[in-house]
Design a protein around this ligand. Sequence first.
Ligand SMILES: Nc1ncnc2c1ncn2[C@@H]1O[C@H](COP(=O)(O)OP(=O)(O)OP(=O)(O)O)[C@@H](O)[C@H]1O
Ligand SMILES: Nc1ncnc2c1ncn2[C@@H]1O[C@H](COP(=O)(O)OP(=O)(O)OP(=O)(O)O)[C@@H](O)[C@H]1O
Ligand SMILES: [Mg+2]
Ligand SMILES: [Mg+2]
Lengths: 256, 256
Amino acid sequence: MGKIIAIANQKGGVGKTTSAINLAASLAVLEHKTLLIDADPQANASSGLGFDPKNIKIGLYECLVQEIDPKDVILTTEVPFLDLMPSNIDLVGAEIELLDMPNRERMMEGALKALKSQYDFIIIDCSPSLGLITTNALVAADSVLIPVQCEYFALEGLGKLLNTIKIIQNHLNKGLDIEGILLTMYDGRLRLSNQVVDDVKTHFQDIVFETIIQRNTKLGEAPSFGLPVLYHDADSRGSMNYLNLAKEILEKNGIF
Amino acid sequence: MGKIIAIANQKGGVGKTTSAINLAASLAVLEHKTLLIDADPQANASSGLGFDPKNIKIGLYECLVQEIDPKDVILTTEVPFLDLMPSNIDLVGAEIELLDMPNRERMMEGALKALKSQYDFIIIDCSPSLGLITTNALVAADSVLIPVQCEYFALEGLGKLLNTIKIIQNHLNKGLDIEGILLTMYDGRLRLSNQVVDDVKTHFQDIVFETIIQRNTKLGEAPSFGLPVLYHDADSRGSMNYLNLAKEILEKNGIF
Ligand SMILES: Nc1ncnc2c1ncn2[C@@H]1O[C@H](COP(=O)(O)OP(=O)(O)OP(=O)(O)O)[C@@H](O)[C@H]1O
Ligand SMILES: Nc1ncnc2c1ncn2[C@@H]1O[C@H](COP(=O)(O)OP(=O)(O)OP(=O)(O)O)[C@@H](O)[C@H]1O
Ligand SMILES: [Mg+2]
Ligand SMILES: [Mg+2]
């Protein structure tokens, strides 16, 4: 049975999409069948894999609001073992349209039910908000991976996110685990970067991944070629870091 | 009469808060009476000026939803000529509670009316979304300043934001101008950075500010000291860049 991991943090620009694309691609390279779901109306995960959101006719919005079969929406990518459920700007409408539905927090859980047996991993890229679409992702997920940028403001919102996760665990999804806190955009030369790493490791100890994602220009460049970093520059630090993250997650989940 | 400038872009982590704090502080250093409004429930603008959001008992939420007098909410900061209307996490509630109000898009406009004559500039820091609170800011504003990070994903959302601004100009705020597009986190050594600058200048020509904000560690460090960068390290590139931006805006608006 496939494991569903949501990548969430309401703080903007912390590396959610970069982590979603490159973790999914790393799991695929290790031959685990993986589905990446773009749950952000900005559709950066779709464009980061080379699909122009303007050309996406049906996406996650249709699965959630019009209950279209996910099989009719999922795209294969250039990466073997990696599929994508794309998005476009229509997804913004779902935030409002889901509000009046009786099962509004469980629409994604319903849509993904049939898919869990077809994939080893399903990775969900969330938008920088804790609205209804992100709530849907946290209800559907088995665990949540929290990227935290090695910057001052990144620590501010962590408490609020952990509170929200507790509320979801208590009322909507008892089985929701924390897959881990992932430190991103680390630059060892900066005092601030090292301070944030120390703070996070002290406060959150064993839920912090060993793997730290370093700041690496190849990670910023790769999406402009529509490719995960492993396919843009396999020798880069970014590729190594995300491959190590995938291995750490596989080991933690007893999958070899 | 004070000019209200909203700092908005639904893409996360592009430098909205950093620009709001440091532009406001630069205008204050040039002795223009300035109010910074924190319209993001993450409350990074509040904490970036040294106010712990947990200790903020009343903030923008109370002004919008309970129509409390802004004078009872506004705080003076350590920077002469700079006041702050703080926020805390309660502001998340406004996104839902405003939905049922008849004048839901105009609540901020109403709250700020009496303030325009007391300040030369009112700067509004928006959250990474185009929800009701950001819409309120765009309706209340005379102009919008759009930070664009010199990264690939940053260009993706610009079209959507400009569309939203057009809709607001047509239906809710005819007088809303674009103050300008501000390129942020520029690193001249990176090919991608230079590519984004070229693309933005080609597409948007005369609405792009001359001033470009360079990537500068002092800008990332300053909020951890609760200070604008001008007060953390006045000789830094970050301080120079934002001071130049303030001067460019003053000149553009015929204010010397
Ligand atoms: N380790 C890294 N090194 C260098 N650049 C990075 C790294 N991780 C992410 N980036 C770049 O930083 C920017 C922000 O990352 P990304 O878009 O993945 O964040 P996000 O959390 O998904 O943002 P949003 O909140 O808007 O969804 C992007 O331009 C991305 O290419
Ligand atoms: N020019 C710069 N040089 C270096 N670091 C910067 C610069 N501008 C912003 N930063 C840092 O980058 C991160 C993102 O910036 P900031 O929080 O201002 O973006 P934002 O658009 O307000 O994010 P959000 O979408 O979450 O509101 C912060 O940690 C900030 O300190
Ligand atoms: Mg993203
Ligand atoms: Mg901000």
